[in-house]
Design a protein around this ligand. Structure first.
Ligand code: 5AD
Ligand code: SF4
Length: 346
């Protein structure tokens, strides 16, 4: 396939995704990088990632911290989360992300509310207060409202797959695609900058499914997207079914290609270079940036607990590496998506 033949409709996107020509991929990534620099600029925004807990009430068939897996569980104390947020402020990251397994107990919900207030009060000198993104799964609307009022302004909730049939195949029967979609619309209506995303290169997933994921991001009008390659975890039901999925090399190439295609499809959004890329290539996130991504989430979870947040095998991950020395960083700013700012007239 030739880059000049690429069209950004379902058929064209699916053809580009299915294409295994390395020269096409390289030309596509280069074009996406140029579009990024011209549209949102060369800066990469950092979000200090704090993985608050690997306890989860859900049982997603692909996930290494699903409810039914026996693994060491942990929950960071408020002091530990605040210490990590202070590090983010000192290093002028601009924002933090609090991510964790889904929890619905009142104690956890109140803890997040208290933490949000405390993080917003951290002294950041001449910079604005830290921006806070939450990634804590599906919650009742009132909970999303409580956290928004306490200072969270962005929320990440992946759709995981925009194809309801595929969604059903990779989740147990008590999970619901419609509920997930409802949660995404609740977040948006409340006023969050609502990010979503899907896994790339899963069993049962076709090139058309991936093209539909990209079109879903566009039609949902998401200001930010975090998507990444599927990485099998040896003890999950999805792996144990033995269902085939693309090789590591192919999943990595697909991960970069999806970033590049999305940058062309919706040029002014924030696109994260996911940690899942780094598992497949030691410079995975940097390559994501060179393919059109503009957000990186350096992990600032205390190391002892970080190793337990095993969504998939992360042994190859290097802590935070020296990546910030090799990219242009937008220090001390929230780095909101240009797309969201444009829509909301500020
Ligand atoms: N491979 C890649 N990503 C995964 N996630 C969970 N399990 C895996 C896996 N095996 C992702 C999901 C979830 C996010 C927190 O981690 O997309 O939304
Ligand atoms: Fe829980 Fe998220 Fe893993 Fe699903 S993907 S089991 S909700 S941590």
């Amino acid at each position: 396939m030739n880059l000049s033949e690429l069209t950004l409709d379902r058929e064209g996107l699916a053809a580009a995704i299915a294409c295994e020509d390395a020269a096409f991929d390289a030309a596509l990534r280069e074009k996406a990088y140029r579009v990024k620099v011209d549209t949102v600029g060369p800066e990469v925004y950092l979000r200090g990632l704090i993985e608050i807990s690997n306890n989860c009430v859900k049982n997603c068939l692909y996930c290494g911290i699903r409810r039914d897996i026996r693994c060491p569980r942990y929950e960071l104390s408020e002091e530990e989360v605040l210490a990590a947020a202070h590090v983010a402020a000192q290093r002028r990251f601009g924002s933090v992300v609090i991510q964790g397994g889904e929890r619905t107990d009142a104690a956890f919900i109140r803890k997040i509310t208290r933490l949000l207030k405390a993080i917003k009060a951290i002294d950041t000198g001449d910079d604005p207060p830290l921006g806070v993104t939450l990634s804590l799964g599906e919650q009742p609307r009132e909970v999303y409202e409580e956290w928004f009022d306490a200072g969270a302004h962005r929320y990440l909730l992946r759709i995981e797959s925009s194809n309801p049939d595929l969604y059903r195949k990779i989740h147990p029967s008590d999970h619901s695609y419609d509920r997930r979609l409802r949660a995404l619309y609740d977040l948006k209506e409340i006023g969050y900058q609502t990010g979503t995303g899907a896994m790339i290169g899963m069993p049962f997933q076709t090139a058309e499914d991936m093209a539909d994921d990209l079109l879903f991001y566009k039609s949902f009008d998401a200001p930010m997207i975090g998507m990444g390659p599927y990485n099998p975890h040896p003890e999950t039901p999805l792996t144990l079914t033995g269902a085939p999925f693309p090789s590591a090399e192919r999943r990595f190439a697909l991960g970069l290609k999806m970033i590049a295609l999305l940058r062309l499809l919706v040029p002014d959004i924030n696109i994260a270079a996911a940690t899942a890329l780094e598992v497949l290539d030691p410079r995975g996130r940097e390559k994501g940036i060179l393919s059109g991504a503009n957000v990186i989430m350096p992990n600032i979870t205390p190391e002892e607990q970080m190793v337990k947040y095993n969504l998939y095998d992360r042994k190859t991950l290097m802590r935070d590496s020296a990546i910030t020395e090799r990219i242009v960083v937008g220090y001390g700013r929230w780095g909101d998506s240009k797309h969201f700012r444009k829509k909301n007239f500020y």
